[in-house]
Design a protein around this ligand. Structure first.
Ligand code: TXA
Ligand code: MG
Length: 334
């Protein structure tokens, strides 16, 4: 796997991004940074190139991919209709961490949409992503650049750890910003339906277009999710993840796990009361929790922690996306 450093503005970087764009046009797989997480990109018009994404990730074939574009003009080539609410959201949040689900035109490779009639599209705001998309001159299908089921990658090193030798190249743009994936919202429905909470919050969306619906499966684990990807185990490190609702429970839970011979890690928002754990990682506020979450899960694995306790956060603002990922990470015990 070829690694390109895009860390500094230089002649060389521009050449490298030109080359990476050419690779996409050639049907190769190139991982790249976005403002949310690293994506694994391929030509969204090539069924063959997209097939390689599913193979590299070990991704179930019924889970559709998000198409990334550099400019709004490319949208017309991909989707049949853009509602007024969709236009208002694009105006407010593109480029950015909002994926909109539209009715798809048939040019989109079938495996991108996993056979659905709809396609998810976003314009990322990360300058490296946008430059790469411009160089590629094509819509780019890109899931998160992790092996299926693992925490999404927020650095190029995470991508290499999961996919070295399975993909053609990585553009290294350093750490990603938000650290959680984009919000996925269906604008095929009116009111629109939230499929996956993410970097753009429900509150921000409702401030622009009024009330939206939330896929019931996001609140109760019984219902069949509307977005195929939401039914799979996800974001899981090797360690067992346990969500702790009240801080008072944390000490007891940690002590008990240690008594059972576990190496215990804690990811919390205040360090003071958790000094009794073996490994403690602390974040300051919701944005930092989001930014650090996936890297922290991977870091605990590196430190051979066997049980990770994580403090719950209120399901408001970014907290909704954080809790969605944490519940999935905790749900898939291995
Ligand atoms: O921030 C992000 O969204 C990152 C970066 C790379 O852009 N990408 C990402 O892709 O998280 P992925 O494949 O890991 O997650 C895409 C989610 C899945 O849950 C998938 O089921 C859903 O979007 N999705 C994609 N197209 C869909 C469609 N047509 N209908 C319903 N859900 C869809
Ligand atoms: Mg993913």
């Amino acid at each position: 796997t070829w690694v390109v450093d895009s860390g500094e503005e230089s002649e060389e970087q521009i050449l490298d991004l030109q080359e990476a764009g050419m690779w996409i046009r050639d049907g190769k797989l190139v991982a790249f940074p976005t403002e949310t997480v690293y994506g694994l990109g391929a030509n969204a018009f090539s069924e063959e190139a997209v097939q390689r994404i599913f193979e590299a990730k070990g991704r179930p074939s019924d889970n559709p991919l998000i198409v990334h574009i550099s400019d709004e003009e490319q949208l017309d080539g991909l989707v049949t209709e853009v509602s007024n609410k969709a236009k208002a959201l694009m105006e407010a949040f593109w480029p950015g961490a909002l994926t909109l689900i539209f009715n798809a035109k048939p040019v989109v490779a079938k495996n991108v949409t996993a056979g659905l009639n709809t396609v998810g599209v976003r314009i990322p705001s990360h300058p490296v992503a946008r430059q790469l998309l411009r160089e590629g001159q094509l819509p780019v299908a890109a899931p998160s650049a992790n092996r299926s089921g693992r925490p999404s990658p927020t650095t190029a090193a995470h991508v290499l750890l999961d996919l070295d030798g399975r993909i053609d190249g990585i553009v290294d743009g350093g750490e990603t910003g938000i650290g959680l994936e984009s919000t996925v919202l269906s604008v095929v429905h009116d009111p629109p339906i939230l499929y996956r909470p993410g970097g753009v919050t429900v509150e921000q969306i409702e401030a622009i277009i009024g009330a939206i619906k939330v896929d019931p499966s996001l609140q109760q684990s019984v219902a069949q999710p509307l977005s195929p990807g939401m039914k799979y185990a996800h974001y899981a490190p090797k360690a067992t993840v346990v969500l702790v609702e009240h801080r008072e429970e944390l000490e007891r839970a940690v002590v008990e796990a240690k008594n059972h011979g576990k190496k215990v890690g804690v990811f919390a928002t205040v360090s003071k009361s958790v000094s009794y754990a073996d490994e403690v990682i602390v974040a300051n506020g919701l944005e930092e929790v989001a930014h650090m979450l996936y890297g922290t899960l991977r870091e605990f694995d590196k430190r051979n922690v066997s049980t990770v306790f994580i403090e719950s956060v209120p399901k408001e603002g970014l907290g909704l996306a954080i809790m969605n990922r944490l519940e999935k990470a905790a749900g898939s015990k291995k």
